[in-house]
Structures are given as C-alpha cells and as structure tokens.
Design a protein around this ligand. Sequence first.
Ligand SMILES: NC(=O)C1=CN([C@@H]2O[C@H](COP(=O)(O)OP(=O)(O)OC[C@H]3O[C@@H](n4cnc5c(N)ncnc54)[C@H](O)[C@@H]3O)[C@@H](O)[C@H]2O)C=CC1
Ligand SMILES: O=C(O)C1=NCCCC1
Length: 178
Amino acid sequence: MSGLPVLIGGSEVDELLRYQDLVPRLEAALGQFSSRTGEVVQPVRTILPLEKYSGYLGVMPAYIPQDDVLATKMVSFYQRGEGSSMPNHQATVLLLDPERGALQAVLDGKAITDKRTAAVSAIATKLLKPARADVLCLLGAGDQALSHYEALTQMFPFKEVRRDGRRAARTSAVAPGA
Ligand SMILES: NC(=O)C1=CN([C@@H]2O[C@H](COP(=O)(O)OP(=O)(O)OC[C@H]3O[C@@H](n4cnc5c(N)ncnc54)[C@H](O)[C@@H]3O)[C@@H](O)[C@H]2O)C=CC1
Ligand SMILES: O=C(O)C1=NCCCC1
C-alpha cells in the first residue's frame, strides 16, 4: 500500500453526501444491481449474531467492475433497552483499490447508512407515490425518521408531515415540530 488510507469522519461524510447527488447515483446503482449482465458483484451480506449482547455484525462487500469500485461496509446493530444512551447502529465503510487490494479510505458509515437508506426510500416513493398523496407520515422518531424526513421533504412538496413515536434517548434526531 502506498501511503495511509484517507480517513473521512461522520461530519465530513454528512456534508459531502447531498440527496440531490445521492438519489440519482443510487438510482443508477440500483439499475446496475438489477441488470441481468451482472454489473454489480454483491454477495448476500454475512450476518454474525452476537446473542450474548442482543446484537449483530453485518459485513457487506460489493464490486462494480464498470466503475472499478470495490468497497465493503461493516455495520453493527443492537437491540438497546429503553433509555439506553448507547448507539444502536454503528458502521464503517472501507474503500479498496481493486487492482492491488490495498485499503484506500476509511469512511464513517453511520451517515452513509442513514442517508443511503432514506435515499432508497425516496427513489421507491418517486416510483410508487400516488400524485394526490401530500401528507408524509413517519413512524418512529429516531435517526432513520430524521434522514427520511430530510430526503423526502427535499424531494417532494408535501403539504403536511405527521410523526409517531418517541425520540430515542441516544439519538440526536429531531423530527418535525419536535
Ligand atoms: N435497511 C437498512 O439499510 C437499514 C435499516 N434500519 C432499520 O430501521 C429501523 C430504525 O432505525 P433507527 O432510526 O436508526 O433507530 P432508532 O433507535 O434511532 O429509532 C427507532 C425509533 O422507533 C421508535 N419506536 C420503537 N418502537 C416503536 C413503535 N412500536 N411505534 C412507534 N415508534 C416506535 C423509537 O422510539 C425510536 O424513535 C431499525 O429497525 C433499523 O434496524 C436502519 C438502518 C439501515
Ligand atoms: O444495511 C444496513 O446497514 C442495515 N440493515 C438492517 C439493519 C441495520 C443496518
């Protein structure tokens, strides 16, 4: 490996990932994933159960030969008790040089996970939403609720947003009108 991998922290990832860029790129990547010509090499993710701690570790490698992009995400997620201040999801994304297998970058995967999941929901909403639907309802008020609120209100002109659920003690999420 020549040099150390670049480290990209959560706030930088958050700043760099804009829904207006992320949504079209993800839509293209989903198309590549679904194509019959195998444009994305992505085995089913490995999930390692951590029964003792009510948690899981997921490992999710993928390679896009056309773009020569090789990466893997590692995500841990836990069933936390009510009022726990510990995070329920933590993630890291590793970017590698596909030719040499060398590690190029280590990215905080939490913001990537929050935004990617919401961006995919926004794509599904674009394809499935009836034209007359103008009220957005969010179930829960955690990290995903916040990222979905941001993605969906940036992409669609909802007249009203309703939310259900309490804010988790450990999250910084502030759903609308909180
Ligand atoms: N498919 C994917 O790629 C991803 C899926 N997830 C999943 O999305 C879900 C939410 O994740 P986060 O927002 O990060 O969790 P979080 O812990 O930050 O938020 C969960 C929210 O749901 C609320 N809630 C729990 N039970 C409820 C109920 N019965 N009715 C209404 N609200 C309820 C909690 O009070 C909390 O506000 C989890 O199941 C998580 O595993 C999260 C990240 C990625
Ligand atoms: O893909 C992910 O990232 C996750 N999927 C389901 C559970 C939490 C994280």
